[in-house]
Write a protein that binds this ligand. Sequence first.
Ligand code: PMP
Length: 355
Amino acid sequence: MAPPDPILGVSEAFRADTDVKKLNLGVGAYRTEELQPYVLDVVKKAENLMLERGENKEYLAIEGLAAFNKATAELLFGADNPVIKQQRVATVQGLSGTGSLRLAAAFIERYFPGAQVLISSPTWGNHKNIFNDARVPWSEYRYYDPKTVGLDFEGMISDIKAAPEGSFILLHGCAHNPTGIDPTPEQWEKISDVIQEKNHIPFFDVAYQGFASGSLDADASSVRLFAARGMELFIAQSYSKNLGLYAERIGAINVVCSSADAAARVKSQLKRIARPMYSNPSCSRLSAKDKSGKDWSFILKQIGMFSFTGLNKTQSENMTNKWHVYLTKDGRISLAGLSLAKCEYLADAIIDSYH
Ligand code: PMP
């Protein structure tokens, strides 16, 4: 029997719980105040338009919908970016963020034999599975410092420096999951210096564009900084969160190359990997209550949809077993799963579990 998934397994346990007080803060998905799934107005509008137009169900191309690929690359880099103008980006529509990461992992395994990927410690739980299944070796770089509940910048830099030349460095474009702690613009500059010095290849996971600052452009500034330096880089994109399209599986893999010719060749190889894996992607539908004095203010400072509460495994288990509050065992809660009405209850559960 395989063990339940650390994130989606939490949703399974939640569905099985019959207690009326139950609250699911495991999976990152937005809810209404009534704790029902939330569909964005813009998505409803687009769906109505599509119904009116009576779109067909033909296969997409292996690389996906051309209009989507153009729009997704432009959203990421900005339409005027030289990498777009010079046609240096190979974009292939993937099966959301996960599928796009997995496609890139297969590409790395095939064309960069022996290269390792460095991932942040901690990171989104599925990253390790993705690289394991693609048989790409990975190791971790220091990221979260529990002493400051902040970024271990020195540790991060020295681990990236120490990695063998030509390693892939997996970076979260913005709103780091699960910590909610991002490098500052100055720190991004230093990170790109070290990556460039070591001939590493940056590999961005962009699952929250627009969620960190509220600006799609500002949230892509990390990626754009690396592209502006003329580096070759990989970027996986997901529209699960910022368009609330969790079930649709909409995303892309972009590879910024040194020339338009290299981009065309990379794209052809990505398609070659995608074809036997899943053939072609899904049709894109896009045209202070605690008396102990503990400082909980970091919850407000962390950005994105998650809060890394600092609750350990036993405390997280108490949250679920006693309070029916579901979260991942690393203490991460999805604030998007919370309603105003449930805040008091959650605070009681956290205080009880923490002390
Ligand atoms: N990367 C990160 C960091 C994520 O948090 C997520 C979603 N939890 C994903 C990728 C991919 O999600 P999806 O496959 O639904 O696009």
